[in-house]
Every structure is written in structure tokens, then in C-alpha cells.
Design a protein around this ligand. Structure first.
Ligand code: PSV
Ligand code: MN
Length: 394
């Protein structure tokens, strides 16, 4: 297949999930800067996601966060989304914003609070079923702040026990994605701190438990693409929370700080998807969820999400350029420099004209970002959404 047809996959085959909270007001613990026109309800978040979908073509799923996106009738919200060409992505649980969870949620030493957290995630399973989502995503703020505060193994037992109950209640064909993060909000120890812990817990929990890799959740220098490769080999890579960081969990736009890292990750995914010798990795790569988990604190939200989708498409298009056969030859022959050159050449290629052509062929704007800025929607959205409370993360 020539490159132009392969690039077509980045435009028409790649499915990106938009986070409902990516349209809402956000900030840091120092300040949230409100923006004009942000959605005030989950329905308006769906409207914004539909706009991004219309301009990019590739982002036709919206992930929800409960309770931030709680509505009376979830089936009605799913129908509203469907009318606008969207399906429902992962249902993200939130057991980190209630006084009860000060010492943890699923790992909490008090069984009453552990059960409260289990119930909260069971509700997400129910919502996933009603909305036809297919994914329940769990990130826990659980951990401890001081050595001696709690027992590591006891906390892990509670975690596995809780997740098993949740796994048993998953609707049919629904996966449980467990997300890790090495610190924050706990500063000494985190219960699901890295991919090894997440993988091991998933193996105890069940077949449909998989790991979610949030790019921002790693210490400096960690080789994320190798983690991706290992999780693919184990059939346990469930999805990504895409973003970028310079220091901590910065939630900047995907590919904005380290585009070469994103390329190396995409390369593993393309290679996995096409690996005829590794059916487990190939099947797993085909089902990976690509969700943007970003906070647009100072930049306008819809253009930021459009640019993020485009950045991911560009990076996948470059990864699709890698000559896999030549790379395998160079690797087998121990040709270090040639192997590296093959990767680097693909990364250095300018794929934007090919993507523009593929978009035009698919009836989409050749440059979704510019087209959106020229559409007047941004200004209309700010003029129409006056009054009410802009959605935020709290
Ligand atoms: C935690 O930092 C996290 O990455 C999880 O995915 C949460 O659900 C999300 O951020 C909330 O913004
Ligand atoms: Mn995340």
C-alpha cells in the first residue's frame, strides 16, 4: 500500500476520544481562569465535541467523567450525542473529590468507605451499559503521605478485591481500564503507581481488565514506548490518556513538548497492529482507546482539541511511513545506524500535505484548525452562552 493510502488511516480510521472536561474551565491549584463560552451542561459539552468531530472527522467519541457529567437521563444524553454523530467513549470514575476519600477510596482502611467507592464505580458500569460506552476507566487518587501511615499489602488486597467486584459487574463487551500515576495527590506512596503495578493488578482482576497509559504520569526519562510494547505483548494495553508534559502531570496538548516521544509511541502501535507474528499484540493494538486527557488552562479549548487531534494524526502518519521490512533487516543485521536512520527519516518527514489531501478527499477541511478559526463558531459560542455557571473540574 502506498503512503497516501496509509495516511488515509490517520484521517478516516483513527478514532480519537474527546474528554468532556477538556471543554470546561480548568487551571492549577493557584487559579482557574474562566473562559467565555465554555459549556455549562454535559449537553453543551456534547455540542462542543460535535464541533471538533465535524472539523476533524477523527474525533467522534466523547468520554464522560462521573459525577462531573451527571444528568438525570443518561440514555437521553447518549441519544443527543448520537443525533450529532457522536458515540460515548470511556466512563471515567471519580473517587477522589469527596471528604470520605481523604485516606483513599478502594484502598481505604475503613470498609464502609471502600464499599462507597466500589458503589461509585459500579454506577459507572451501569452508565456505561445504558450509554453503550464499552469502557469504564478507573484512576484512583489513593495513596499515603507518610511512611508508616498504612500497610502496602493490605491496601493492595483491598484494591484487588474492590476491582474484582467491579469487573464482575461490567456490562457485556465492556472493558475495565486501570490508570496509573506515580504521585499526586499522595506524596509518599501511590497505590497504582506504575505500569507494573497496574498490569499485575489487572492480571488478578480478570480478562477484561487492561492498563491505561496516561503519557503525563511518568517520572522524567521513563521509556514510555517500551511500556507500550510490553503491554501490547501481554494483551493488556487498554488505552491512552494523551497529553504532554515538561515536568509533572502538566496535561498540555499531546505532542506539544516532546513530539519525538509521541512518534516512538505511535511507532510501537503501528508495528503492533501490523505484526502478523504476534496475534495478541495485533488484536490488542487494534482495540486501543485514544483519549485526550488535557487541561486547556490558558488556551481556547476547541482550537486546542482540534490541534491535538491533528498532532496525533500527523504523528501516526509519520509512524506509518516507517519502512518496517527495512527496519527489521537492519535490526537483524545489527546495523545500529541504519535502523535509527529509518526511524528518524520517518519522523523528519513533512506529512502535512499528504494529510491535507486525505482530508479533502474525505470531504473534510484540509486544515481543520484554520477552518474552525474562520468559521465564526468560537465568537458565536461566546456570545450565545451568557449566564449560568461554566463547567469546571470541581
Ligand atoms: C489524573 O491525574 C487523571 O489523569 C485521571 O485520568 C483523571 O480521571 C483525570 O486526570 C481528571 O482530569
Ligand atoms: Mn489521565
Amino acid at each position: 500500500m502506498d503512503h497516501q493510502s496509509r495516511v488515509g488511516w490517520a484521517v478516516s480510521g483513527l478514532s480519537v476520544e474527546l474528554p468532556s472536561w477538556g471543554f470546561a474551565n480548568s487551571g492549577t491549584r493557584f487559579r482557574v481562569f474562566p473562559q467565555a463560552g465554555v459549556p455549562r451542561t454535559p449537553y453543551e459539552k456534547v455540542d462542543d465535541a460535535a464541533t471538533v468531530a465535524r472539523f476533524t472527522g477523527a474525533a467522534r467519541r466523547i468520554s464522560l467523567h462521573i459525577p462531573w457529567d451527571r444528568v438525570e437521563d443518561f440514555a437521553a444524553l447518549a441519544a443527543y450525542a448520537a443525533e450529532r454523530g457522536l458515540t460515548i467513549g470511556g466512563i471515567n470514575s471519580n473517587t477522589f473529590q469527596d471528604d470520605d476519600y481523604k485516606l483513599g477510596s478502594l484502598c481505604h482502611p475503613d470498609a464502609r468507605i471502600q464499599h462507597r467507592a466500589i458503589d461509585a464505580i459500579l454506577e459507572c458500569c451501569e452508565i456505561a451499559g445504558v450509554m453503550g460506552s464499552g469502557v469504564v476507566k478507573v484512576w484512583l487518587g489513593d495513596g499515603t503521605n507518610y511512611p508508616g501511615q498504612d500497610d502496602f499489602r493490605a491496601r493492595r488486597r483491598r484494591l484487588i478485591d474492590g476491582l474484582r467486584q467491579i469487573h464482575a459487574a461490567l456490562p457485556e463487551a465492556t472493558r475495565l481500564l486501570l490508570e496509573y500515576k506515580y504521585y499526586e495527590p499522595a506524596f509518599y506512596q501511590t497505590d497504582v503507581q506504575d505500569w507494573g503495578q497496574a498490569l499485575s493488578v489487572c492480571e488478578h482482576v480478570g480478562e477484561r481488565a487492561q492498563v491505561c497509559v496516561d503519557i503525563g504520569h511518568h517520572a522524567m526519562g521513563v521509556n514510555i514506548e517500551q511500556i507500550v510494547a510490553v503491554l501490547l505483548a501481554e494483551g493488556r494495553l487498554g488505552g491512552f490518556d494523551l497529553n504532554d508534559k515538561k515536568y509533572g502531570d502538566d496535561d498540555l496538548m499531546v505532542g506539544s513538548i516532546d513530539p519525538y516521544q509521541l512518534f516512538r509511541i505511535c511507532h510501537e502501535l503501528v508495528k503492533g497492529r501490523e505484526d502478523g507474528d504476534d496475534p495478541i499484540a495485533a488484536a490488542c493494538a487494534g482495540d486501543v482507546v485514544y483519549m485526550l486527557d488535557q487541561s486547556h488552562n490558558i488556551e481556547p479549548k476547541i482550537p486546542a482539541l482540534i490541534r491535538s487531534v491533528m498532532a496525533l494524526q500527523e504523528t501516526f502518519a509519520k509512524a506509518l511511513l516507517v519502512d518496517q521490512a527495512a527496519l527489521a533487516d537492519a535490526q537483524l543485521g545489527g546495523d545500529v545506524l541504519e535502523a535509527n536512520r529509518i526511524l528518524r527519516d520517518a519522523f523528519d518527514a513533512d506529512v502535512r500535505p499528504a494529510l491535507a489531501e486525505a482530508r479533502s478527499a474525505a470531504g473534510l477541511p484540509a486544515d481543520p484548525y484554520r477552518a474552525y478559526l474562520q468559521s465564526g463558531i468560537e465568537e458565536r459560542r461566546a456570545a450565545e452562552r451568557v449566564g449560568g455557571q461554566g463547567a469546571g473540574w470541581a
